[in-house]
Structures are given as C-alpha cells and as structure tokens.
Design a protein around this ligand. Structure first.
Ligand SMILES: [Zn+2]
Length: 252
C-alpha cells in the first residue's frame, strides 16, 4: 500500500490537478490519469475497435449518427478532444464511448432509437461519460484502493497497445472484450444529466429522452444490459432522476 501512496503523491506533484470538477453537475472528482495519456489511449483503442468490429456500410444512418454527434460535440466545449463517431454492425442495442471523444454506436440501437431525438439521447449520454472523464475516474479509484494497481502501469505506460485490453476492461467495453465492469451508478446518473444539458444546448427535444429510456426499459426486460442501460441505476431510478432533471430545464 505504501508504494501506492508514494505513487499518488508523486503523480499529484507532477500533474498538480488530481482534483477536478465534473461538467454540469460540478461534482468534485479525483482523477489521477493525465489527460494526454487518456486521449492517446482513446485514439489507440478507437483504431482497434474499428478493426475488430464491422463498420456499417449504411451511409444514410452513418451520416445521421455523425450529424447528431457533431451537433452535440459542438456544445460539449472540449476543443482538446478529437471527436469521432462510428456506426458498427451489431444487433445489440448498444453504444459506448472512449476517452477523448470517440463514440461508437451499434446498428441495433435503431430498434429503439427511431427518431433523431432518441438517437441524440444515446449519443449525448456517451458524450457525457467522455467529457466527465468517467473512465479515467474509475481507473483513479482503482489506484486509490490499490486493487487494480496494474491500471496505473497501463495508463502511464508509453506502450499503449500492449495494455489496450486492460484499458478496455477499465472502460467497460465488455460487449467487445467479454468482461463487464459497468460504470458506477453515480456516473450513470451524471452521464444522463450531462446528456440532457447537451441535448438542450444543441436544440434537441429533451422530453424525448424520457420516452427513449421508457422504450429501453420495455425492450430490455430480461435481457443482458448494454453499457448505456447498465443495471446501475435501475430503470425506474433512472427514469425518476431524468424526470427531475428534465423538469428543471422545462421550467427555464
Ligand atoms: Zn452510461
């Protein structure tokens, strides 16, 4: 444990920015992974994902994902992120994000996300995870508890690809790599809340986010849960929390 504390102190001295604030919610976060490392890992992981998965040849739907993504990224205000959106062939009703603004949407999502507002709900949620740096935060929690000290080496290593799999596990890319470590319940609520804020700023109908999650709840009954509809929080808790957030915006 001693060496972890030493490591944390050293890292804090080097980066000087271990404590940061999440966008929109203003929650204090402990993030020990430097942004540059996170972005580099995101680039590498995105390239690998596009190699491993089948990129959709449906140009109409791909354009739709990219246009909606661009509208939301535009209001996410992270100029240091190199935003990229990909549509991949898969029946799974799913999507995920990589750090630094890489969003991957599965074609299976169209079974539930039939309108642009519904698709924006999914993408905005994933952008929420990305700009709140939830993956880096999770890795940092691992460092603090000393349970996944290996992640420190992963995040700080110069040889990115060698450690990609561990990184992907830390980012919850279970659907691709066979291991599921979902985001925390608190991070899911936060991604929802940031997502609503982005939709609002980009001119989407935030009330449609609620109907989207209700549709998700109905269709995912008894089936395995994708990243963005993970068991934390439960469907009911998520919908209640969204109602509260949306009503705040509707009152403005
Ligand atoms: Zn999520």
């Amino acid at each position: 444990m001693k060496k972890y504390i030493g490591f944390l102190v050293a890292l804090f001295l080097f980066t000087g920015c271990a404590v940061s604030k999440a966008p929109v919610t203003n929650r204090t976060q402990l993030i020990l992974i430097p942004t540059e490392k996170e972005l580099a890992l995101g680039e590498e992981s995105f390239k690998q994902t596009l190699k491993d998965m089948k990129v959709s040849s449906d140009m109409v739907q791909t354009k739709r994902v990219m246009n909606i993504g661009a509208r939301l990224a535009n209001v996410a205000k992270r100029d240091d992120f190199n935003w990229e959106f990909a549509l991949v062939e898969s029946d799974e009703v799913n999507a995920f994000c990589l750090p630094g603004g890489k969003i991957v949407v599965y074609t299976g999502i169209f079974k539930v996300a039939k309108t642009d507002d519904a698709l924006a709900t999914v993408i905005a949620h994933e952008i929420g995870h990305a700009i709140a740096r939830h993956g880096a935060e999770r890795m940092s929690m691992g460092l603090v508890t000393g349970l996944v000290g290996v992640v420190a080496n992963v995040a700080l290593s110069r040889n990115h690809s060698e450690h990609l799999q561990t990184f992907n596990i830390a980012y919850g890319l279970g659907a691709t790599y066979g291991v599921i470590l979902p985001y925390s319940r608190m991070q899911e609520f936060e991604a929802d809340e940031i997502g609503i804020d982005l939709m609002h700023k980009a001119g989407f109908d935030i009330n449609k986010a609620l109907s989207f999650w209700i549709d998700m709840k109905n269709q995912s009954k008894g089936k395995s849960v994708p990243e963005f509809a993970s068991t934390h929080p439960s469907d009911e808790a998520r919908i209640e929390s969204l109602k509260t957030v949306i009503s705040r915006y509707n009152k403005r």
